[in-house]
Design a protein around this ligand. Structure first.
Ligand SMILES: C[S@@+](CC[C@H](N)C(=O)[O-])C[C@H]1O[C@@H](n2cnc3c(N)ncnc32)[C@H](O)[C@@H]1O
Length: 682
């Protein structure tokens, strides 16, 4: 693959170098793309471009119409290239599409609706709402076949009461939209996602929820608040905010055990070493290679006898009144732990074994086999007490209360919460669980659950207030989208972002929260690439094909679909391309979703990207002409018009171009980045 890609690249280089250099120098006005070599000309009009205003595109329809030529190619035209009224598509729709897909849409990771619950690869609902509003009218029905935490449903509800940001975005893009209630059908295979979607889209009255939330925390605290009471650094009564724990390393030479905290931390300035001499024998310990201490122990929730990880509490961070303090762990703290060890576990705690899959790492997951192993005993009891208190509340409030407790559980309640060292920061930095992985650090943190859940209540009240009233109907189906219980041609618009191949094993991650719900996702039809589930790219492709065939079936002939997707792997792109072709869906416009704060996994994974590609699809026009566009021409076109953009966004443009032209994505993201360094060709 690579030599081919290299030669293609060189060819492209020679075709467009002058144009790109001129663009970078600024000697070509960004509002008008450089004229292409004649061989590229027909294709130039097929992409949406930030640097090509919508009105210009409409005017150029006649001029740029594709030309067939002997032995050459005809670029596959989008509707932009067709005369007005072609396919019965009104000009106003085309102008809406041009405006909406001509510049990247920003997906923020902030605000009450976003922060209400963390879900891997979640999209900003206000960004989705702009797409929904532009593509539909009040009364229309919107479908999401990979609904996750229900953000498309939230977006539909927001169309009834648009936020200031949505109004601003619609104005910026020059869209003509009609606000008002739409309806939504959401399909999500995961038990957790369906609970989130249902609750966020049909929330209880915020004031009822707030009262009930305070009551459950009060009840649990009355019984177990003492577990977080302590003494401050002056010996006065105080409250624990969190405790930093440490795993214990075994010296490979003498077998002595030492806390990782003692071996690794340097304080002035704060830093973490990678190795240190053993305090007992003086021989070096390389932390990455050293064994983590484990002991045989009985799992209390499950009676299982197995190896369990040894950890030591190291430092207490607390508050006395408004004063915050920290101090080393003392004997009173150890006595408190001994007292907690005597408490019987609440009956509501999950006694499930972890269903390890692709995320299992033999190192840091050694001795972590049951849900119980992910918690300190104190926090396991605290969550159990909250869970029991929920049962005392009215039935119509319970799901929202479960969402509240689980939202804290997932991000801050388990041993996946940790401290990290950040350059320029004076002390250790407290941070929540990493999204998209089940990573447990050598310095995990035990937070005060009651304090955290109480604080989270405010965020959820704010979020519920935004979606609480209105007449939009959102139906959530906890089911696989390989079979939709919807009539043919009944859906006006689809917005969806499918799992990106092997990027996130949702059911494996969601099981932590689902264990508390008493039911975990059945993964057979989960559309992912997963070694642990025995699903290769072909198996993933078959599931994606089934889902998109259903999308094609239920979409009205006048309907449209927006799909957000990304992968750094060409094979995964082929899966999407095949699924769309099989469903008779045609790419009409492409754009990128700008993730201002990418997730941890987006930053660190090989060829990771901060910009997902966005595709506008419509039922195929039935045009039987054969189009031929080759890979070099797509690259040339993308570079001529977007060469000034950063590598990651450019890769999204490139794959979007391939899919629009119906050709294979030939380069992985790392190959693409290697060949296109800092906006310049190699
Ligand atoms: C990228 S996430 C969607 C995230 C969502 N847009 C949000 O903002 O929360 C993809 C979702 O597809 C779900 N999924 C995977 N296979 C599915 C299937 N066959 N049917 C329905 N949902 C599926 C996963 O559980 C996951 O929640």
């Amino acid at each position: 693959m690579l030599p081919d890609a290299m030669s293609v690249w060189r060819e492209v280089h020679s075709l467009t170098r002058a144009g790109c250099r001129a663009l970078r120098r600024g000697s070509v006005a960004p509002a008008k793309p450089p004229r292409a070599e004649s061989a590229m000309e027909p294709m130039m009009s097929n992409y949406n471009s930030e640097i090509r205003p919508a009105r210009d595109v409409a005017r150029s329809v006649e001029r740029d119409a594709p030309q067939s030529r002997e032995g050459g190619y005809v670029a596959k035209p989008s509707l932009t290239d067709r005369p007005a009224g072609d396919d019965g598509m009104p000009r106003s729709d085309q102008e809406t599409w041009d405006a909406l897909y001509s510049s990247p849409v920003e997906s923020r990771r902030s605000g009450a609706l976003y922060n209400a619950f963390s879900y891997p690869t979640k999209i900003d609902p206000e960004a989705i709402a702009v797409f929904v509003a532009a593509h539909t009218s009040p009364g229309d029905t919107v479908l999401d076949v990979f609904a996750g935490s229900g953000t498309t449903g939230i977006a539909v509800r927001l169309c009834e009461r648009p936020t200031a940001r949505m109004l601003g975005e619609v104005e910026r893009l020059g869209l003509d939209v009609q606000w008002g209630p739409r309806h939504a059908e959401l399909y999500e295979i995961s038990v957790l996602g369906a609970l989130l979607a249902n609750t966020m889209c049909s929330p209880p009255p915020p004031e009822d929820f707030e009262r009930a939330a305070n009551e459950i925390v009060d009840a649990a605290q009355r019984e177990f608040g003492w577990m977080y009471e302590t003494r401050d650094d002056a010996g006065d009564p105080g409250r624990m905010r969190h405790i930093v724990w440490s795993e214990v390393l075994t010296c490979p030479t003498c077998g002595d055990e030492s806390a990782y905290w003692d071996l690794a931390l340097e304080w002035d300035p704060v830093a973490l070493r990678n190795d240190a001499p053993c305090p007992h024998c003086g021989e070096g310990i390389v932390f990455a290679d050293a064994a983590r201490a484990c002991r045989p122990a009985v799992g209390e929730s499950n009676g299982d006898v197995g190896l369990r990880r040894v950890r030591r509490p190291m430092r207490v961070y607390g508050a006395t009144g408004k004063r915050q303090w920290s101090r080393p762990v003392g004997t009173a703290d150890l006595d408190l732990l001994a007292r907690i060890a005597e408490v019987a576990l609440p009956a509501s705690v999950p006694d499930r074994q972890i269903r390890w899959g692709d995320l299992h790492r033999s190192g840091y997951h050694l001795g972590i086999n049951w849900i119980e192993d992910l918690y300190t005993r104190r926090n396991f009891i605290a969550f159990g007490a909250l869970w029991e208190a929920i049962e005392e509340q009215p039935a119509e409030l319970r799901d929202a209360l479960r969402l509240l407790v689980l939202s804290y559980n997932a991000s801050h309640g388990t041993l996946m919460t940790r401290v990290v060292v950040k350059s320029g920061m004076a002390g250790l930095v407290l941070t929540g669980a990493q999204s998209g992985v089940l990573y447990i650090s050598g310095l995990p943190v035990e937070k005060n659950v009651f304090q955290g859940v109480r604080r989270k209540t405010r965020t959820l009240c704010e979020a519920f207030a935004l979606t609480a009233c209105g007449s939009a109907r959102v139906n959530v189906h906890c089911a696989s989208s390989t079979r939709l219980d919807l009539a043919d041609a009944s859906i006006d618009y689809v917005f969806t972002d499918p799992p990106f191949g092997d990027f996130i094993p949702y059911s494996e991650i969601n099981q932590i929260n689902e264990s508390w719900l008493g039911r975990v996702t059945e993964p057979d039809e989960e559309a992912i690439v997963s070694k642990a589930q025995g699903k290769d790219v072909a198996a993933y492709g078959a599931l994606m094909k089934s889902v998109f065939a259903e999308v094609g079936r239920v979409l009205k002939p006048t309907g449209a679909a927006t799909v957000v997707f990304h992968s750094s792997k060409p094979q995964v792109w082929s899966v999407l391309g095949d699924a769309l072709t099989n469903a008779d869906l045609e790419v009409q416009r492409t754009s990128v979703l700008d993730k201002r704060q990418p997730s941890f996994k987006q930053v660190v994974s090989e060829g990771g990207t901060r910009h997902d590609a966005v595709f506008l699809l419509t039922p195929a026009s039935g045009d039987a002409r054969k189009y031929e566009t080759d890979h070099a021409e797509v690259l040339a076109d993308v570079h001529a018009r977007f060469g000034h953009e950063d590598d990651q966004r450019l890769y999204s443009r490139y794959v979007a171009g391939c899919l629009q032209q119906g050709i294979e994505v030939a380069m992985s993201a790392p190959e693409f980045y290697r060949l296109h360094v800092g906006g310049a060709y190699r």
